[in-house]
Design a binder for this molecule. Structure first.
Ligand SMILES: CCc1ccc([C@H](C)CC(=O)N[C@@H]2O[C@H](CO)[C@@H](O)[C@H](O)[C@H]2O)cc1
Length: 786
């Protein structure tokens, strides 16, 4: 291993060890590890082709990958050899790993789920491709100025990226705009502008390196390079315009994770990804199988939310306009090939494009959408209010549903809500189309890699089989009463807390006592996720401590992490409030040893890998009925944190699996919340009824945490609207937090509950989820390499 690294340092990096930077060493190590991935990768591609296997294609506008080197070292089981080789070279492994930028090609849950799914598909030897966009700039960097979020462009590609292979032979022309002509009865689309989509492949290695699938990311290139005439005429910028225009398509990720932008560029990005993917899928299929009627047997496509929903019309266009199939044949083949996952019920997140914009950017697709809509109206006998084109809006959810053979929600509760709300009418018309596939997360990255201390204890207690088969964690049940085991579990958690505490002190100047409760809420900032409820509880607790400073308080460190979409000012005012409250409370001589608040900026995948293993308490406090599933909740549970949460999303299933006695439940259920929300004046009534909440709001209004005026809008909305029922759930939440205090004070009992949470988290592996998709949706089988 050492020699291989030195080989790449010299021959790939062109550096002598004495001149090498951390970057050079990291590249040398990365190429050394990459060499070990290429074999299983080429083998997998060959095996799938030779065995005529059915392939899965995962289309997603987001892949929140994070760093790759550490994950590859774990999946190829290169530890401890890599550690020894780096020591021999006088290098610190963590320094090398931390030098890699995150591939932040996603916003949050949806993007990270896609990354976990790719790793599980490889770990299960399921032939698959992930298709996405190679954004030059991923999710923005977050920093705080005066406690307020400031965004700066993320720039992961400002240095060579060792994990991608440019595939110039996989380039496709993507058309936009223009008009549609009819030539001998067939529609011919004459695009007004076009770009090239070029493939960049990254191998995704599975557990134990038996198999690797491809993540194929499309980068945009101009069809015409430089306009030489203009250049020679001295109009240099104009000459470069074609290039600039084209690259805009894959320039930057839209940072919204709940509100559709409605922007033309976003629609063009969605079509760019989808058309390139479908052209590539068809080319591979036709090269191997020739007969289009076999398409659904050999190809299963999953649409990650509505963002690639234009895939329905695009596949029909390719089958009709390029292959001459009649509409109904084309539609039938497309529907039997496509599947759609819904990830949100929030109305503002459901994509609707104006018929004007769709007709202008994609004139042929607008025609096909109307054909699909008309055919569905006729064949389904649906009521008038159901349809894809409603007024001057194209509803992408309805399009995805109507063009899919299976539609799934991402948790049991969410799937029921999808049937009862957003797709109630379509569900009645197609009662067997909606199925549930509860989310999962990969235990390789989120346990074996992120938490080596706990991993060692697990391996020594139940063997290493859990990494491939997470249900084997149930073997811990037998040890949950064993003091020695619990002491080692406690020690592993405490070591992670000490490491985090050092980081918080160095980075933020926050003193986090490793024996305090590490109470963590990390996720995108959004009102429905109720970070506001959490900080209001902190203020009420602070006030209570002041009232009775000598009471037996359990020390607590509240840790927040999360970005707000740049245009989401209300979420930004919650960030501002949290930072202002932290500044006051952390320096309060009366309470500082009992309560500290930390909000490290720029929460991302790598920070999650440091925070989650150090957590005692996982905050999953969304308004019931709003969080489709959550996946952070699963990561915390398998790392031994206890959950305080509502009956929302996958919290429901986590509580069922770990046992209600090992879960701190509070709050209204989804049905109760719907009723409460409709109750006029529910906010004011609830606040008036809660002394603690009233005082908390009062302290903010009095300016105890800095300039009150920056919170007026927030205060006003909470008193008079409170759409996510912060007030209605406040007292229940406060009471549950006091129960947490009491439980944590009994260390052995807390550790036992933590052990049971780990032991019963096997269900939440993304391997179980992917097996569900393979069985119920894709009808795909694993392939054994030759
Ligand atoms: C068009 C703008 C936009 C972009 C992204 C999204 C995503 C669907 C938002 C998202 O990430 N949803 C989350 O998906 C996770 C994976 O299924 C779930 O666990 C979370 O509950 C859900 O909020 C909506 C709208």
């Amino acid at each position: 291993m050492r020699d291989q690294i030195l080989h790449h340092l010299t021959h790939t990096q062109g550096r002598g060890p004495e001149f090498a930077t951390v970057f050079d060493w990291r590249l040398a190590v990365s190429y050394t590890v990459r060499d070990l991935m290429v074999g299983p990768w080429v083998g997998a591609i060959r095996a799938a082709r030779d065995q005529g296997a059915k392939r899965v294609y995962y289309l997603s506008m987001e892949f929140l990958i994070g760093r790759i080197l550490g994950d590859a070292i774990v999946n190829l089981e290169l530890e401890p050899a890599m550690g020894r080789a780096l020591t021999l070279l006088g290098l610190d492994e963590q320094v090398i790993l931390d030098d890699e930028p995150d591939a932040a090609l996603g916003n949050g849950g949806l993007g990270r789920l896609a990354a976990c799914f790719m790793e599980s598909l490889s770990s299960l030897n399921c032939p698959a491709f992930g298709y996405g966009i190679r954004y030059e700039h991923g999710l923005f960097r977050q920093r705080f100025e005066g406690g307020q979020q400031v965004e700066t462009p993320e720039d992961w590609l400002n240095q060579p990226h060792p994990w991608e292979f440019v595939r110039i032979n996989y380039s496709y022309t993507i058309g936009f705009k223009g008009h549609v002509e009819t030539v001998d009865g067939r529609a011919v689309w004459q695009p007004g502008e076009s770009v090239i989509a070029r493939a960049h492949d990254t191998p995704v290695i599975g557990w134990q390196g038996h198999w690797a699938n491809s993540l194929r990311l499309w980068g945009a290139l101009p069809t015409t390079l430089l306009d030489l005439k203009r250049f020679n005429a001295g109009d240099h910028t104009a000459a470069a315009e074609p290039e600039a225009l084209a690259r805009t398509l894959s320039r930057v990720l839209y940072p919204d994770d709940t509100t559709e932008s409605g922007k033309e560029l976003r629609l063009k990005q969605e079509y760019f990804l989808t058309s390139a993917a479908l052209q590539d899928i068809m080319a591979r299929f036709l090269a191997e199988h020739g007969d289009l009627e076999m398409l659904p047997e050999k190809v299963a496509i999953q649409l990650n939310d509505t963002h690639p929903a234009i895939a329905g019309p695009e596949l029909i266009r390719l089958l009709m306009d390029d292959h001459g199939l009649p509409f109904d044949r084309a539609q039938d083949l497309a529907r039997r090939t496509l599947n759609y996952t819904n990830h949100t019920l929030l109305p503002e997140a459901l994509e609707r494009w104006s018929t004007w914009l769709m007709g202008r950017v994609l004139p042929r697709h607008m025609q096909i959408i109307q054909m699909i809509d008309e055919d569905h109206r006729v064949t389904s006998g649906r009521p008038a209010q159901v349809g894809i084109v409603q007024g001057d809006q194209v509803h992408m959810g309805e399009l995805a549903f109507i063009m899919a053979s299976r539609v799934n929600g991402v948790s049991a509760l969410h799937t029921e809500l999808v049937k009862d709300t957003v797709f109630a009418d379509l569900h009645k018309l197609h009662p067997d189309r909606i199925v549930n596939q509860t989310n999962g997360v990969t235990p390789r990255r989120w346990l074996r890699m992120a938490n080596p201390g706990l991993t060692t204890l697990l391996d020594e207690t139940i063997g290493t089989g859990w990494t491939k088969d997470l249900d084997q964690l149930s073997g811990l049940e037998a040890h949950a009463g064993d003091g020695a085991f619990l002491d080692r579990l406690h020690a592993a958690k405490r070591a992670n807390k000490v490491a985090l505490s050092d980081g918080l002190l160095a980075g933020l100047g926050v003193r986090a006592d490793p024996d305090a409760i590490f109470d963590v809420q990390v996720k995108r900032m959004h009102e429905y996720k109720r970070q506001l409820l959490n900080v209001l509880e902190a203020i009420a607790l602070w006030h209570r401590i002041h009232e009775s400073p000598n009471a037996n308080w359990t020390p607590r460190v509240k840790i927040f992490g999360g970005k707000a979409a740049p245009g989401y000012w209300l979420a930004k005012s919650v960030i501002h409030l949290i930072n202002d409250v932290a500044a006051t409370i952390n320096n309060d001589p009366v309470t500082r040893d009992l309560l500290q608040i930390a909000y490290p900026p720029n929460y991302n995948v790598s920070m999650a890998e440091d925070l989650i293993p150090a957590a005692d308490l996982s905050e999953q406090i969304s308004t019931a009925g709003k969080e489709a599933s959550g996946t952070g909740n699963m990561k915390f549970t398998m790392n031994g944190a206890l959950t305080i949460g509502t009956l929302d999303g996958a919290n429901v299933e986590i509580r069922e699996h770990v046992g209600p006695e090992n879960f701190f439940l509070f709050g209204l259920t989804a049905d109760e919340a719907a009723i409460e929300k409709a109750r006029p004046g529910h906010a004011r009534a609830a606040i008036e009824a809660s002394e603690d909440m009233k005082i908390a709001l009062q302290l903010i209004a009095e300016g105890r945490f800095g300039r009150a005026e920056s919170c007026y809008a927030l205060l006003d909305r909470t008193w008079n609207d409170d759409p996510f029922l912060v007030a209605s759930d406040f007292d229940a939440y406060f009471t549950a937090q006091r129960a947490v205090d009491r439980a944590y004070a009994d260390r052995a009992d807390w550790d036992r509950m933590a052990a049971l949470n780990i032991a019963r988290s096997g269900f939440f592996s993304s391997d179980r989820t992917i097996r569900g998709y393979m069985r119920d949706i894709w009808h795909a089988e694993p392939v054994t390499p030759a």
